[in-house]
Design a protein around this ligand. Structure first.
Ligand code: B3K
Ligand code: ZN
Length: 882
């Protein structure tokens, strides 16, 4: 707990470590009332340091007792070192030595879930970013890479499974019913990749033959009740291993690869070397308990963690400012993988939606930071959408600029050149430059400048000359600490459509032959004009195809143009985007009106066309039918009035549902999925279409819709359909049917935490049921648990992040409620508390009354005594400045 203002850490202050660790020998004695950790570090002075440090400084955090310190086998007297709680300073160390440290820690009382802690009776760890220092004193920074040997001792009956990184090299029995296993990891790694698990777990085994013919032992460890939920993750893992060989030439390097599922976990999963630890909700699935979205999420997270073995573990980050080096690149790799496994267009739509809704919001708020930040107080706060998702987009743009082949040459060079090293984003870009011969110096600004570039597009057509001119201006808005930004290098994909919907050749000069119908324009100036020749008539532009850069585009589209693009653009992403822009336009026009304004008939016709056209890619249709979310509409609005936006969107939804009732029923009936449950793009699309149709029908309290929902709820053989029906009922006016379904659902699934989380979320996210009294009631429910981050997220997080009209209620009660929960959680789990603050941080964006109420809520958090560093940083940055 801090007593003074936390320190800011700056990238410019980076210094190489004064001492390196070659080898770490750990011994854990695990007991119910604590754990004793023996650590023996083989250390030497770093030849690259200036050699001026005579003392050795090690990091520590929340270590209950430092029991002893020894140097080269002799226990040190108390005055030979200083125990400063967060630092152990050992004076007068030689150039090379062995340091022994014994600590006593209390994992059973660790509610922060960082370091070694207990979850459902098992021991597990989370060390990234700075959790290893909660286990023992250590130079806990990613550029110190060492080989680890780990012996774990525990009671055999309670903890039959003892795991750590690498290969198990020794095991045996000990007195008193205890046993031990020793693990050795041959690959040097930073401490953040260390892991330990001890528990009564069941093992599921499989194997994988690598491209060079090595047999890898694949193991999943779960609690006995979850054995039926492993197959999907295991299959996903094998697909990811094969894909990484085929697309990146990367082979797995150890003989064993292990995955463990734990219920209490702050994030989704962690890529510890050879021993990935997952939040149960991100790895366990069965058709009965997980939705299609969960299946897809699990596939991508399993792949993401696996891909880290190269992009993160073999080549790691020099310091935490470089976090996007591994996260941005690995998100890019997992998004390519998901695109290859399913529908690339749908994946692109999902990624762009997340980016435009949430990352753009972050990038224009008080926590905005570059992909490579310059400073931080608490690194945990920097596991952000900017580092991950914008970081991914930056790598994607390099891929677009270089092309797939050159990009692969670049990634090969990067892995070869830096294998076993801790490096920077700049090293990554340099490898791409060296392999391709391209100059990416201006491109590097994407790593340095925060803020979402805004592109304003103007066009003109010179009928006489047959020339169409596109002028694109870019502006990068100011963000905290950064003004007057330079233009960035932006790949801008375009196409032009003729009146009949045909793709026109894009001739950059008159008479050009074989001109392509798609081009990547490279923007490097504040204003750029491009000319396209030999055009007989004014074309309709298709801009930023496939969302080729993470930017906002402004162009005065007419509704006719949007409807035209919706049905003709060969770029699937832009077809969808045209529909979104049209819907945004229609909804925005209704915000705050008296309710009399007519709703544009064109929108209804466009949706009718979508619902009935079976020749279209149904996965794309399923996406196109989703109206823009409230969160996205809020993001686009200036000084948004959330309840008014909610009303307007509801009106459009109801209008469409009423006008298209028969089409919705036909769509529902047509999309029944026969046969075995499968997560293929086709069947996912069918279920999505069917459940969207059902949701719309229940939005207008259609009787036939109600009876379809009830029978679907009762008969469904998979969670997607069961949850689709439940969600539709929860958001309908049929109170009795809704309450019966919610009750029956809980009774059936109350023993399954992952399903109970969904049951919480469907209620707390509903503007129909999730008012504050309901949220408080859910928090009193026996299944709610303050120590479990998933429960907190599924009730409080979903309320504040998704139930927007309730969160932004006129009286400000939603804001006060959130602040109250943050203050309560700050003492036990600051990392989760800081994440919960996020919806309040953008108080300046909202209409005055709301903004003031949000600010007051933030101040009430600021004024709590003993605020954690995590929450301190978010709250103070949010309140700072203008
Ligand atoms: N690298 C981890 C995140 C760890 C978060 C620490 N607070 C998961 C991932 O991105 O793969
Ligand atoms: Zn990651």
């Amino acid at each position: 707990m801090r007593t003074s203002q936390p320190q800011t850490i700056y990238l410019k202050d980076y210094r190489v470590p004064a001492f390196l660790v070659d080898h770490v020998d750990l011994r854990f004695e695990l007991f119910e009332d604590g754990a004793r950790v023996y650590s023996l570090l083989s250390m030497r002075r770093n030849p690259d340091s200036d050699g001026s440090d005579t003392s050795l400084e090690l990091d520590g955090d929340s270590l209950t007792t430092l029991e002893s310190v020894s140097l080269d086998g002799s226990e040190l007297a108390k005055d030979a070192y200083e125990d400063r709680t967060d630092r152990l300073v050992v004076h007068d160390v030689p150039d090379q030595f062995e340091l022994g440290v014994v600590t006593w820690i209390e994992p059973q009382n660790n509610t922060r879930l960082e370091g070694l802690y207990k979850s459902s009776g098992m021991f597990c760890t989370q060390c990234e970013a700075e959790g290893f220092r909660c286990i023992t004193y250590f130079p806990d920074r990613p550029d110190v890479m060492a080989r680890f040997r780990t012996r774990i001792e525990a009671d055999k009956a309670s903890f039959p499974i003892l795991l750590s990184n690498g290969n198990d090299v020794e095991k045996g029995e000990l007195d008193g019913g205890r046993h031990f296993v020793t693990w050795e990891d041959p690959f040097p790694k930073p401490s953040y990749l260390f892991a330990l698990v001890a528990g009564d777990l069941v093992e599921q085994r499989d194997s994988f033959e690598t491209m060079s013919g090595r047999e890898i032992d694949l193991r999943m460890y779960v609690e006995p009740r979850n054995v039926e939920k492993c197959a999907h993750a295991m299959d996903s893992l094998k697909r990811a291993m094969r894909w990484d060989e085929e697309v990146y030439g990367r082979e797995y390097d150890l003989d064993i690869f292990m995955i463990v599922a734990v219920d209490d976990f702050n994030m989704g999963a962690m890529e510890n070397k050879g021993l990935n630890i997952f939040n149960s909700s991100c790895v366990l699935a069965s058709q009965e308990t997980a939705t299609d979205q969960a299946f897809q999420r699990i596939e991508s997270i399993v792949a993401h963690e696996y891909f880290h073995n190269w992009s993160g573990n073999r080549v790691t980050c020099r310091d935490w400012f470089q976090l996007s080096l591994k996260e941005g690149f690995t998100v890019f790799r997992d998004s390519q993988f998901s695109a290859d496994m399913g529908s690339p267009t749908v994946k692109r739509i999902e990624d762009a939606t997340m980016l435009r809704t949430a990352q753009f919001a972050e990038d224009s708020g008080p926590m905005a930071h570059p992909v490579r930040p310059e400073s931080y107080m608490e690194i945990t706060n920097f596991y952000t959408l900017t580092i991950y998702e914008k970081g991914c987009e930056v790598v994607r743009m390099i891929h677009t600029l270089l092309g797939a082949d050159m990009f692969r040459k670049g990634s090969d060079l990067y892995f070869e050149r830096h294998d076993g090293q801790a490096v920077t984003t700049d090293d990554f870009v340099r490898a791409m430059e060296d392999a391709s011969g391209r100059d990416l110096s201006q491109f590097r600004l994407w790593y340095e400048q925060a803020g979402t570039p805004e592109l304003t597009v103007r066009d003109e057509f010179d009928q006489g000359a047959g020339i169409y001119r596109l002028t694109i201006e870019q502006v990068i808005p100011d963000t905290p600490g950064q003004t007057n930004k330079k233009p960035q290098h932006i790949p801008f994909a375009v196409g032009l459509l003729g009146a009949g919907g045909e793709s026109l050749p894009l001739k950059l000069s008159a008479g050009e032959t074989d001109a392509p119908t798609d081009r990547i324009l490279e923007l490097t100036e504040a204003s750029h004009t491009f000319e396209f020749h030999d055009l007989a008539e004014r074309p309709v532009p298709s801009l930023l195809r496939d969302f080729s850069a993470p930017v906002r585009v402004y162009y005065p589209w007419t509704r006719e143009q949007l409807m035209f693009l919706m049905s003709h653009d060969p770029d699937g992403f832009n077809r969808w985007d045209a529909g979104q822009r049209l819907a945004v336009d229609v909804i925005s026009e209704l915000v705050g009106d008296t309710g009399n304004e007519a709703i544009d008939g064109g929108l209804t016709d466009a949706y009718r066309g979508l619902l009935s056209d079976v020749s279209l890619d149904q996965a794309l249709v399923a996406k196109m039918l989703q109206l823009p979310s409230e969160a996205y509409l809020i993001e686009l609005a200036e000084k948004p009035n959330v309840p008014a936006i909610h009303q307007a969107r509801e009106r459009v939804l109801k209008h469409l549902a009423a006008a298209l009732r028969d089409d919705l029923l036909a769509c529902y009936r047509r999309n029944t999925v026969e046969g075995r449950y499968e997560v293929t793009p086709e069947s996912v699309a069918r279920r999505s279409l069917r459940n969207t149709a059902l949701a719309w029908l229940l939005h207008i309290d259609d009787e036939e819709g109600r009876s379809l929902a009830v029978s679907q709820f009762e008969r469904a053989d998979n969670m997607t359909d069961r949850m689709g029906a439940l969600r539709a009922l929860v958001n309908s006016g049929y109170e009795q049917a809704r309450d019966e379904a919610l009750g029956a659902f809980y009774e059936r699934w109350k023993a399954d935490p992952q399903v109970v989380e969904q049951w919480f979320a469907v209620q707390s996210g509903s503007s129909r049921t999730g008012g504050l009294p309901k949220i408080r009631e859910l928090m009193e429910h026996p299944a709610f648990d303050w120590k479990n981050p998933n429960k907190i997220r599924s009730v409080i997080g979903v309320f504040a992040g998704q139930n927007l009209p309730a969160f932004h209620a006129e009286d400000g009660a939603g804001y006060r409620f959130l602040a109250e929960q943050v203050r309560r959680l700050d003492d036990s789990n600051p990392q989760i508390a800081a994440r919960l603050v996020s919806p309040l941080t953008r108080w300046r964006k909202f209409a005055p009354v709301h903004g003031e109420q949000m600010k007051t809520a933030l101040e009430s958090i600021r004024d709590k005594s003993g605020l954690s560093r995590d929450v301190y940083e978010v709250v103070h940055k949010s309140l700072a400045g203008q």
